[in-house]
Each structure stands twice: as C-alpha cells, then as structure tokens.
Design a protein. Structure first.
Length: 221
C-alpha cells in the first residue's frame, strides 16, 4: 500500500511538472507569436514610411524640379492689357510675388530678340527705388496696370505691367546692362520685379490669374 501511495504521488508530481512545462511552452509560444506580430507591425509601418519618403523610381519626374518650381507657385496673366502680352506671377508662401515675362510673350517673337530694358516709365524711374526697413519704407504702391518697365526690340517696345496690386520692393536692374537675361533665363535671373501684395488683396487678385495647367491648355490650343 505504501508503495502504491508513493507511485501515485510520483505520478501526480510528474503530471504537475508536465502541466507546468506545457503552460510554460504555451506562454513562450504566445510570447513568440506576440513578438512576431509586433515585428510584423513595425515592418509594415517601416514599409509605409519608406513609401512616403522614398517614392518609386518610376514615379519620379524625368527632370527634378528647379528651386523656383519647389519654392514658388506659378500663375499667369495672359494677354495682359494687350494681346500677346503674357506675363507670369510667381508667388512665394510668404506672399512675395515675382513678376516676369512668360515664354509666350510676343516680345520673344520679334526678329533680333530683346535689345534693351528701360525702367524709366512715365514720370517714374523704377530702377531708383530704395526700400528700407521691415516696413519697406519708400516702397511704391502700384496697381495691376502700373508700368514696371519697357522691353525693347529692334522693331518696337512693350510695356511690362505689375499684374498685381502691391508694394514694389525691387526691380531687377541687372537687366539694364544684361537684357539678354530675359532671353536666356526669363523665369529666374531674368525676372522683372518683386511685389508684395497685402494679404487681404491676394484673394481678389488670384481669380484674375491662370494656374500652370490652364495656361498651358490656353496656349497649346
């Protein structure tokens, strides 16, 4: 009887040990499963982050965007005041607007190209402006139809307008000595002027301008 009791006790201990082992195995299995799930979630998040930060090569543009394209939104004023007088307005997020001639401007079609740029228009010589301080003291207040300069070709001259209402902060007086910049780099070094519209005026100005896609459609019809 004593031997039977000992055997029973031994079997009970063995069963308890086996149950403990099974429970430990289940816990380990559950822990491994949770760990694998956690790693899978992390890998999925990493993959999504990679997709956002590193687009597929086939999705990238053939030519990388220029600094102008990255930092400015381009609008156009087609046929401004006269047919063929196409101008661009590049707006920076801080509100500054860069004014220049669109590549479709009629001046570029004249034989011999642009020969000179004159900022002396009417009673004002725009090249003489000196704006100072945070409040842009002495800045000239211009209307959309205000003249910025005359662009001259061998055949005639064209008035370049402001296109937007605002303060004239700067004109590109390099064009006086180097009018060829209008031909070689009209959208960068060949800009005409920099204007700062009031924030409350921009919503009134924007509807009169075309965005890039609409302007392209207009000029390719």
């Amino acid at each position: 009887m004593a031997d039977l009791q000992a055997t029973t006790d031994t079997n009970g201990i063995a069963d308890a040990d086996q149950e403990n082992v099974n429970q430990t195995l289940r816990q380990c299995s559950s822990s491994v499963s949770a760990s694998e799930c956690s790693r899978a979630e992390i890998n999925e998040e990493d993959e999504e982050l990679r997709r956002l930060l590193m687009p597929r090569i086939e999705d990238l543009p053939a030519v990388p965007p220029s600094a102008v394209e990255s930092n400015f939104t381009t609008y156009y004023a087609p046929d401004f005041m006269k047919p063929g007088h196409d101008q661009y307005v590049r707006r920076h997020p801080n509100g500054l607007c860069v004014i220049g001639l669109a590549s479709t401007h009629v001046a570029f079609k004249d034989e011999g190209g642009i020969t000179s740029v004159d900022f002396n228009v009417g009673k004002s010589d725009r090249s003489g402006i000196k704006v100072t301080g945070k409040r842009k003291k002495n800045a000239q207040q211009l209307e959309p139809n205000s003249a910025l300069c005359k662009v001259c070709t061998k055949e005639t001259s064209y008035i370049v307008r402001c296109c937007v209402k605002g303060s004239l902060l700067e004109v590109n007086d390099r064009l006086i000595e180097h009018p060829e910049l209008l031909i070689s780099s009209a959208d960068r070094e060949g800009y005409i002027a920099i204007i700062m519209p009031r924030p409350t005026d921009w919503p009134k100005i924007k509807p009169s301008l075309l965005e890039q896609e609409d302007f392209t459609k207009l000029r390719t019809v």
